[in-house]
Design a protein around this ligand. Sequence first.
Ligand code: CP
Length: 315
Amino acid sequence: MENNSLVTIAKFSREKILYLIDMAREFEKSPNRKLLEGRVVATLFFEPSTRTRLSFETAANRLGARVIGFADPKVTSNTKGETLKDTIMMVSNYADVIVMRHFLEGAAQYASEVSPIPILNAGDGANQHPSQTMLDLFTIYQTQGKLDGLNIYLVGDLKYGRTVHSLLTAMRHFSPTFHFIAPDELAMPKYYKMYCREHGIKYVEHKDFDADTISDADILYMTRVQRERFTDLMEYERVKDLYLLKRDMLSKARPNMKILHPLPRVNEIEYSIDETPYAYYFQQARNGLYARQALICDALGITLDDVRNDKTIIA
Ligand code: CP
């Protein structure tokens, strides 16, 4: 069904991304409003989450909407065999927009095709995580003052990491140079390398992860090796600690360089790095609130002008 769903970040043009960043900046200035009073936002999480679910729910709550949903499908009729289609049809009777995380690649696309109300993809398997990408783009813009022409290093699990797949897709509008650092088992999939070539995105693959290699990074995007995506746990054990960012590796970093991580962190970034000016992952997670306020509003037809002219701001 045609609606305002967000399944993949590929849907957004350069102009639309910049527009949503402008909207998120408005919410950063004043997150508490009554713009969504009377609306209901459903959050359906078939996979665990801390940041995505809580920031979507906070986004809705701070805009005056009510939130329904579940964080664990085991407490729903999913366990009795209810299909995803029927679940979506039921929830669309109660809510105005559905935020859904699912473990299956393609689940968000399917849900958007059967749903009469917008679906916001909060992560589908190893495929896409478009709302994370909007907060990543907002954060990159906030820290670099631009999105164009940046050196972006992606480190860790580039095979299953839906956040890096989404980010790469969105950055096609902004002439980046990507640097991929991953073990062979978790290398960037051929599909995305082909995507880079088709869209004129420069990329370099590295094996080393040291101060020299990352010295020209503007953004160092660390990712977790995701245990839950491995069928062979021996393979997980072999690769899980291969790329650990240590404080002394920042000795040659550019002054503007920021370390991002979608979180949760397991063992990718030494804790002492949190105290350095390069660490930006907690602010990044905070930006999830503003970016998701923008995405919910956009899905419900609320425009940037509506936000700028909004008289419902609560101090
Ligand atoms: N970044 C992210 O998706 O975190 P959660 O899994 O906690 O939602």
